[in-house]
Write a protein that binds this ligand. Structure first.
Ligand code: NAD
Ligand code: WQD
Length: 348
């Protein structure tokens, strides 16, 4: 019995492979490497001290998926594969609907053909749009998304709900991640964005390591304590653990459709300037910044009520903002050019 991990070579997927291996789960990775490289899998393999089964392929390629499902006895899928750049999705919506929505439809079709009826899906807090209050609970309205990326996540959630309605033996878990950051404590795997990072943590790390001059803080006039945007940053290792807990739950007799969508966050709001201060402390480096105009589509505050995940999955976050900054810094300073640079494991 194996789990299929689509997008397993990516940032969150690669960290989840370690948690799965530690929990004794067997898996095969399926990834088209459009936003990752096999280097991440090589490094995970070193960490877990085991070879990783890897099948290169695209979720939209039905024949390739059929081959993989025919080759392995797949019990459940963790579906990370997808494109995630919000700005790019506004410019190229069809690319996002094709990759994310169509890719999921093809995957679900092949799962149905091979009678694989369990899936854990990577959704996002972005499905809540601009929430009317915080902390955000799972029953808050969803769908008023502000970009095609977010809409693709909302559409996939709806598709999964409809499949569950049509087939009561089909089990889906939707994990709505808040803001994943940090890296594995080995400093050998982490987030490796292409070009100029869109997200706060990789941008701050690149300023601290000297690759960029300063951070542009998008807006200093929000209705928050210091005027800058507040988010719920979640350590990627805690997030990885949530997938193990989700698989434990989906494979238990406790699974209930009414309890299958979970917020995965810490419940703690952190402002942009809080993060700058924490990163400076963790790295011992200065992070110069300039407050500039708000970024279009940004909201003031977003943080989770994750009590349902605690109650039902037995999951809660254990790592602090300090841990997130220390681990991001270790990854960034050991690998200033991400995975493109070879890593000497003898140094760790
Ligand atoms: P990532 O880009 O690092 O990983 C995604 C992986 O999927 C990559 O390895 C990529 O090569 C692969 N992939 C993309 N399209 C594919 C396709 N059609 N077929 C096969 N493989 C494909 O991203 P991540 O940060 O690890 O995110 C994983 C998932 O979590 C994504 O679905 C993303 O939307 C979701 N998510 C991410 C965040 C975040 O801030 N990182 C927040 C919420 C949700
Ligand atoms: C965080 C805060 C910015 C960069 C995005 C997606 C969301 C999810 C997670 C996938 C905000 C501020 C940022 C910078 C800044 N991804 N900021 N200067 O926007 O909360 O969420 O990633 O599902 O869908 O929208 O994350 O890291 O971009 O921004 O001031 O250079 O940092 O304004 O307040 P965001 P982020």
């Amino acid at each position: 019995m194996k789990f299929l991990i689509t997008g397993g070579a990516g940032y969150i997927g690669s960290h989840t492979l370690i948690a799965l291996s530690e929990a004794g789960y067997d898996f095969v990775v399926y990834d088209n490497l459009c936003n990752s490289s096999q280097e991440s899998l090589k490094r995970v393999s070193k960490i877990i001290n085991k070879d990783i089964e890897f099948e290169e392929g695209d979720t939209r390629d039905k024949e390739r998926l059929q081959e993989v499902f025919a080759k392995y006895d797949i019990n459940a899928v963790i579906h990370f594969a997808g494109l995630k750049a919000v700005g790019e999705s506004v410019e190229q919506p069809l690319k996002y609907y094709d990759n994310n929505v169509n890719g999921t439809l093809v995957l679900l079709d092949v799962m149905q053909e091979f009678k694989c009826k369990k899936i854990v899906f990577s959704s996002s807090a972005t499905v809540y749009g601009d929430p009317s209050s915080t902390p955000i609970e799972e029953n808050f309205p969803v769908g008023a998304t502000t970009n095609p990326y977010g809409t693709s996540k909302y559409m996939i959630e709806r598709i999964l709900e409809d499949i569950v309605i049509s087939d009561s033996s089909f089990q889906a878990i939707i994990l709505r991640y808040f803001n994943p950051v940090g890296a594995h404590e080995s400093g050998t795997i982490g987030e490796d964005p292409n070009g100029i990072p869109n997200n706060l943590m990789p941008f701050i790390s690149q300023v601290a390591v000297g690759k960029r001059e300063f951070l542009s803080v998008f807006g200093g006039d929000y209705d928050t304590e210091d005027g800058t945007g507040v988010r719920d940053y979640i350590h990627v290792v805690d997030l990885a653990d949530a997938h193990v807990k989700a698989l434990n739950y989906i494979n238990s007799n406790k699974y209930e459709t009414k309890n299958s969508t979970f917020n995965i966050g810490t419940g703690i709001g952190c402002s942009v300037l809080d993060m700058v201060k924490a990163f400076e402390k963790a790295s011992g480096k200065k992070v110069p910044y300039k407050i500039v105009q708000r970024r279009a589509g940004d909201i003031a505050k977003c943080f989770a009520d994750s009590s349902l995940a605690k109650e039902v999955l037995g999951w809660s976050a254990s790592k602090t903002i300090e841990d997130m900054c220390i681990d991001s810094w270790r990854w960034q300073s050991n690998n200033p050019d991400g995975y493109s640079q070879s890593f000497n494991f003898k140094n760790i």
